[in-house]
Design a protein around this ligand. Structure first.
Ligand code: GDP
Ligand code: IMO
Ligand code: MG
Length: 432
């Protein structure tokens, strides 16, 4: 029986994780974020109403669900409160159903300023970050100078540490980046204003999860943010985010061990997108990409930037299935391919001497001399939008799904045919 499952992205983020987690949440009790921060943008659509969540776990739209933000997430407290209030305005009250880890590191004003200053300043490796301060916050954690949510409990200690860190950042702002410093007093003042809200929802989430898993027969979904190839260790470094987006992030980001997980669902868009810079072998441009913008609305949920568009890359997909111990796939955005007469799937690469290449390290090392080898399949030219029964899909669309399963040796358990919760085909029930 599957009780504790992971849902994570197998590409460069924006695979449609939020929609699928919301869909699966009707049968779940807890949704747990374990890495990333408000660089994430997870879109949920319910009866044409669109909600984008950045820090709050997808699934909280179901009143039965409790959202947990684990220790591996970096939290911007002001953005968290903004998100809570924004939901409240839409009559979704999450404050009584949200728990944050006392060990989560805080993202503060100087992290955001550093992230943005660096991106403006650099000329060799502009990552194209979301500018939310995520990289600097994780740097502070690893450097052991970061401040955690629970540190606010001891305000004397907190203030002293904050002052030291602000001085450290301001030295760089003034002397290196030549930008105005940040004010220690203002940061502290804002935190003092909101600290009680944080105290009310703060817990030792590792202990809490352990108790839930051991004592209760509850269903937990661990919600991944970003995607496999944005992983700090296994992605297309340095064009990555600063957390482990792959399966290991669940364990370090919550404190639970692998024996408590039953199932890992890998979410895959049936083509590929990427926001920000970095290698993207199957990328294409021109009229064809315009079709994906107009139909697929491929604009970043957090920054509104245009997402780069490419074909599905099976070499990368196989690698990410292996890396994450994927049990099954969820294919999203099938409907976006509806009007194409032919669809390409990358099944390998070749270099400029014609040598065949079948592994990811080429992408990792950004070899510019490689080109994709495509298998071309026939499109279906009818609408699949909103279909929720596999048998109702046109034959060519079914064959396309079978082909992905065959090329990756992985079953397809869910197919998404539109942004709404309802636009979902379940091939195999996950929660039994
Ligand atoms: P996430 O970051 O993985 O949660 O994905 P995003 O929410 O950033 O981006 C996915 C986008 O695709 C959102 O606008 C979703 O509403 C939309 N979406 C998800 N699944 C489907 C689908 O099957 N078809 C269509 N047309 N849109 C989808
Ligand atoms: P979700 O959860 C897509 C990308 C940024 C940039 C790189 C580093 O919605 O799938 P960062 O701000 O994290 O330091 O930026 O990572 N990025 C995402 N791309 N979806 C996301 O999240 C992303 N979060 C970060 O565009 O290339
Ligand atoms: Mg997103």
């Amino acid at each position: 029986m599957n009780n504790n499952i992971v849902v994570l992205g197998l590409q460069w983020g924006d695979e449609g994780k939020g929609k699928i987690i919301d869909f699966l949440s009707k049968k779940a009790n807890y949704i747990v974020r374990y890495q990333g921060g408000n660089n994430a943008g997870h879109t949920l659509v319910i009866d044409k109403k669109k909600i984008i969540l950045h820090l709050i776990p997808s699934g909280v739209l179901h009143p039965n669900v409790i959202g947990i933000i684990g220790n591996g997430v970096v939290i911007s407290p002001s953005d968290l409160i903004k998100e809570i209030n924004l939901l409240k305005k839409q009559n979704i009250n999450v404050i009584d159903r949200l728990i944050i880890s006392e060990s989560s590191h805080l993202v503060l004003k100087y992290h955001i300023k550093m992230d943005q200053s660096r991106e403006k300043f650099k000329n060799n490796t502009i990552i194209g970050t979301t500018g939310r301060g995520i990289g600097p916050a994780y740097e502070d954690k690893v450097a052991r100078r970061g401040l955690r949510v629970g540190d606010l409990k001891n305000i004397d200690f907190f203030s002293k540490r904050l002052k030291e860190v602000v001085n450290y950042y301001n030295y760089q702002f003034i002397n290196y980046y030549k930008v105005p410093p940040v004010s220690y007093k203002d940061i502290l003042k804002e935190l003092l204003k909101i600290k009680n809200i944080l105290f009310n929802i703060m817990r030792n989430t590792r202990e809490l999860l352990y108790k839930i898993i051991i004592n209760n027969n509850k269903k937990i979904i661990f919600e991944g943010a970003q995607g496999t190839f944005l992983d700090i260790d296994h992605g297309t470094f340095p064009y990555v985010t600063s957390s482990n987006t792959t399966i290991g992030g669940v364990f370090t980001g919550t404190g639970i061990g692998p024996k408590y997980l039953n199932y890992t669902l890998g979410v895959v868009k049936v083509y590929a997108t990427r926001v920000g810079n970095g290698p993207f072998i199957t990328e294409f441009f021109g009229n064809l990409s315009e079709l994906f913008y107009s139909k697929g609305l491929e604009f970043g949920s957090t920054t509104g930037r245009r997402r780069r568009i490419g074909w599905l890359d099976i070499v990368l997909l196989r690698e990410s299935i292996f890396m994450n111990s994927i049990t099954a796939l969820c294919l999203t955005k099938l409907d976006i391919l509806d009007n194409l007469s032919e669809i390409k799937i990358c099944i390998g690469y070749k270099n400029n001497t014609g040598k065949l290449i079948n592994n990811f390290s080429y992408v990792e090392n950004f070899s510019n001399d490689i080109t994709p080898i495509y298998k071309i399949v026939k499109g279906w030219n009818v609408s699949t939008f909103g279909i929720s029964n596999f048998n109702k899909l046109p034959k060519e669309a079914k064959d396309f799904v079978y082909l992905i399963a065959e090329l990756t040796s992985t079953p397809v358990d869910i197919i998404s045919t539109g942004p709404d919760r309802k636009h979902t085909i379940v091939c195999r029930e996950i929660f039994t």
